[in-house]
Each structure stands twice: as structure tokens, then as C-alpha cells.
Design a protein around this ligand. Structure first.
Ligand code: ASP
Length: 438
């Protein structure tokens, strides 16, 4: 009998722990930092690139098949409205949890005048550079978000991972066309995309073989590039508030939703989704994690392709609970640090603007920080205050991305259940090494 192999998530965790240890070790040597940056970090970048590379082909192949499999346009619109409704509910709940916590902990009042001035001085210029990108966002009209979803050229849209919603729009239209034409004409097209989808899933299996090494490289680079521990201490109460909120989302809110509405237990849910969570943490990007999220939700949580192929890519682009919670906490924190009180009316404004800003945030590292400007301006706080939280943003970004990805998986499971498309997982946990064993 063959011995049981280590499950994928353990291998990834091992890669992460070794990566952190290696980063610390290298910091002990004068040449260590540049060694990691020159010889280790690029492997992490290559790993992320391979994941991103597969995202657009995956969306196209699986969503065309998913929409066509629904066989009925009314089912599609039912799934669409439910998905958007649940996305909004989870995001608003996240903002509310963030606001309650930040009011209880009040981290902004703990920051001293000195630390505030120091942080503003050290990070002010970096923030100014970033803010230039936001100016364009602020000039948007009310319907521009909708206009942006409809591409004028599908090849142009598919050439950038930032245009995922545009690709999704085209693919849904294509799928609808496919439902409406005679079966004998549609079947070969369907079969083609089914084949492409299989190939793409196989490629993801192959990429995941490299995941433990990829996260090793990413985390060792993060360690050598991280700011001094002093900054972390100064912002400890703020970081604690964000992390507590994110932990509540990940460990209480989502598994409870899943348990109550589908009966799936805690262990199955986490074992199924863990590799995607670990990748989200290591890459800080829901978009880069998307291929793995889709594969895990489908094969390990048992949600059918019709649902995952729609809910996961849309979720990766618009559903960011971790980001919205963080934006709420950060907005109040910055305001408190400047000595202002945030009124109840302003807190309600935050619920609205943080929800919208998280929808507008791209699924890439640091996007949530940029969109925070919009939340700050809505309550009249100087956006330059972002300098206060700049230094500690990356570790928090890693954690909020885990919440974002877990939320997409949760909503996929809920929608799957509500449409009768949640079955037993296709891959059992002991099968986890299917790709390794062939
Ligand atoms: N990095 C996050 C994500 O990709 C977005 C953010 O909050 O910055 O989901």
C-alpha cells in the first residue's frame, strides 16, 4: 500500500515557514537582502505570473461552458441577482464589524503626536506618488462603472487582467448566444470549450506542484524587504483591530453561514479551501489566486461548474469583504489619529463608501489602500493621512486578501446550495495529490 502523502496545504505551509526562516537568516548577512532580491524573489514573481497567465483562459473556457450548461436564461439571471445580493450583504456586514471594533478599541487615540509626525514625514512622498493614480478614479460619473463593464474590443479587454469584468461580460453574452442557437450547431463549440477547460485545469494542477516553492520565494522576499519592527509596534493597536475583524470574518462569519445554510462542516470547508487561502496570503492578490479558488470550490467543496465559473471570477473582482472592513477601520483610525471624532452620520457614510470602494478596488496587492482615499474624502479627512498606515499595509493586505477569497468561496457554496448545484466533493482529501501521482 502506498504511504499517505502530505496534503497540499501542509506543503504550502511548510514552504511559507521555511521562506520566512530563510528570509530572517539572510538578514543576518550584509549581502543577504540583495541575494534574496536577485536570486530568490524572481521565482516568486514567475510563480505569480503563471497563475495570472491562466486566469483569463480559465474564465473564458469555464464560464462559456457554465452559462451554456444552465440551458436557460432565466436561471442565469436568478443566479446573477442572488450572487450580487449576497455579495452586498457580506460586504456590508464586514464594514459593520470593522466599525464596531474600531469604535471599541479606538486605536487612533493611542497614537502619540510624535509617532504621527514621524510617520507622516517618512511616508508622505510615497503616498503622494500613489495618489496620482486615484485622481483619475475620483473624476468618474455615476454610470461610468457600468460603461466600464462593456468593452469595445474583446481582444483588448482580454489582454489585461485588470479588465476581468469586461471579459466576463463578453463571455456571458457568448454563452447566451450559445444557448439560443440550435443544439447541433452549439454542441461542437461547447465541446471545444470543454476541452480547453480540461487543459486549463490540468495546467493549474501543474502550477500547484510549484506552489510550495513559489510561496517560499515570495515570503523570504517579503521578510527581507519588511520595514523595521518599531513601525509595527507604533501601529499595533490599529493592526490588531483590522486583524481581529478579519479573523472574525474568516473563522466565525463565513463558516457559520456555510454551516447554517448548507450543513457543510467547518473541517470540510477549511480543508477544501485552505490552499487558496494560503496562496491569497502569499500573493496578496485575489486575481492571482482565482484559478486555485475555482478549482478548490469546484472539486473540493462540490459546487458545480455553472456556479463557480460565474461566482468566483465576479467575486474576485467585486466582492472584497476583507478590504471593505479594513477601509472602515483605517478611515476611523486616521480620523482619530488627527484628533477628530467620527460622528454616527459619518460612520453610515463609511458603510456606503467602503462598500463601493471595495467593489472598485482591483484584485491586486495594495489596491485597497488606494481606494481608501475615496472613503477618507467622503468623511472629510485629509487623504494624506494614508501615510500613517502605509508602512504596515502589506501584512494587512495579505490577511484581507484571505478574507476576500474565503468570501468568494462562501458565496459560491451558498449559491450552489440555493440552486441545487452543491454535491459531494469530486476529489476526496486523500486524493489531494492526484496530480502528483498522475
Ligand atoms: N489585495 C487585495 C485583493 O487582491 C485587494 C486589497 O485590499 O488591496 O483582494
Amino acid at each position: 500500500m502506498k504511504g499517505k502523502k502530505l496534503a497540499l496545504h501542509w506543503k504550502i505551509i511548510l514552504g511559507m515557514v521555511l521562506g520566512v526562516a530563510f528570509g530572517y537568516l539572510m538578514l543576518q548577512f550584509g549581502w543577504g537582502k540583495s541575494f534574496v532580491q536577485d536570486w530568490i524573489k524572481p521565482w516568486g514573481t514567475i510563480f505569480i505570473n503563471t497563475l495570472k497567465l491562466i486566469a483569463v483562459p480559465l474564465i473564458i473556457a469555464s464560464l462559456i461552458k457554465g452559462v451554456a450548461d444552465l440551458n436557460d436564461i432565466s436561471k442565469l439571471s436568478k443566479m446573477g441577482t442572488r450572487t450580487v445580493g449576497i455579495f452586498l450583504l457580506t460586504t456590508m456586514t464586514a464594514v459593520t464589524i470593522g466599525l464596531v471594533l474600531v469604535n471599541l478599541v479606538s486605536p487612533g487615540s493611542l497614537i502619540s503626536e510624535n509617532t504621527r509626525t514621524e510617520l507622516m514625514e517618512s511616508f508622505g512622498t510615497q503616498v503622494d506618488q500613489k495618489m496620482e493614480n486615484v485622481e483619475a478614479v475620483k473624476e468618474f460619473g455615476p454610470l461610468d462603472a457600468l460603461v466600464d463593464i462593456v468593452p469595445e474590443n474583446i481582444f483588448a479587454a482580454a489582454s489585461s487582467n485588470g479588465n476581468m469584468l469586461q471579459v466576463i461580460f463578453f463571455v456571458i453574452l457568448f454563452g447566451i448566444g450559445l444557448i439560443l442557437i440550435p443544439k447541433d450547431k452549439g454542441t461542437p463549440v461547447m465541446q471545444f470549450f470543454e476541452g480547453v477547460n480540461e487543459v486549463v485545469l490540468k495546467i493549474i494542477d501543474l502550477i500547484m506542484l510549484a506552489a510550495p516553492f513559489g510561496v517560499f520565494a515570495l515570503l523570504s522576499a517579503l521578510v527581507v524587504e519588511s520595514p523595521s519592527i518599531e513601525v509595527f509596534k507604533a501601529l499595533g493597536a490599529y493592526a490588531f483591530t483590522v486583524l481581529l475583524g478579519i479573523a472574525i470574518l474568516i473563522f466565525v462569519f463565513y463558516p457559520t453561514l456555510v454551516k447554517v445554510f448548507t450543513g457543510m462542516n467547518y473541517r470540510t470547508f477549511f480543508k477544501g479551501i485552505a490552499p487558496a487561502q494560503l496562496l491569497a496570503f502569499s500573493t496578496s492578490s485575489s486575481a492571482a489566486t482565482l484559478p486555485v479558488t475555482m478549482e478548490r470550490v469546484e472539486e473540493h467543496l462540490g459546487v458545480e461548474k455553472e456556479v463557480t465559473s460565474f461566482v468566483c471570477p465576479v467575486g474576485a473582482t467585486v466582492n472584497m469583504d476583507g478590504t471593505s472592513l479594513y477601509q472602515a477601520v483605517a478611515a476611523v483610525f486616521i480620523s482619530q489619529a488627527f484628533g477628530d471624532n467620527v460622528t454616527l452620520m459619518e460612520q453610515l457614510t463609511i458603510v456606503l463608501t467602503a462598500t463601493l470602494a471595495s467593489i472598485g478596488s482591483a484584485a491586486v496587492p495594495g489596491a485597497g489602500l488606494l481606494m481608501l482615499v475615496i472613503v477618507l474624502e467622503s468623511i472629510g479627512v485629509n487623504p494624506a493621512g494614508i501615510a500613517l498606515i502605509f508602512a504596515i499595509d502589506r501584512p494587512l493586505d495579505m490577511c484581507r486578501t484571505v478574507a476576500n477569497v474565503t468570501s468568494d468561496a462562501t458565496v459560491a457554496v451558498l449559491i450552489g446550495k440555493s440552486l441545487g448545484k452543491l454535491g459531494p466533493p469530486k476529489v476526496k482529501e486523500w486524493d489531494d495529490n492526484k496530480s502528483q501521482t498522475g
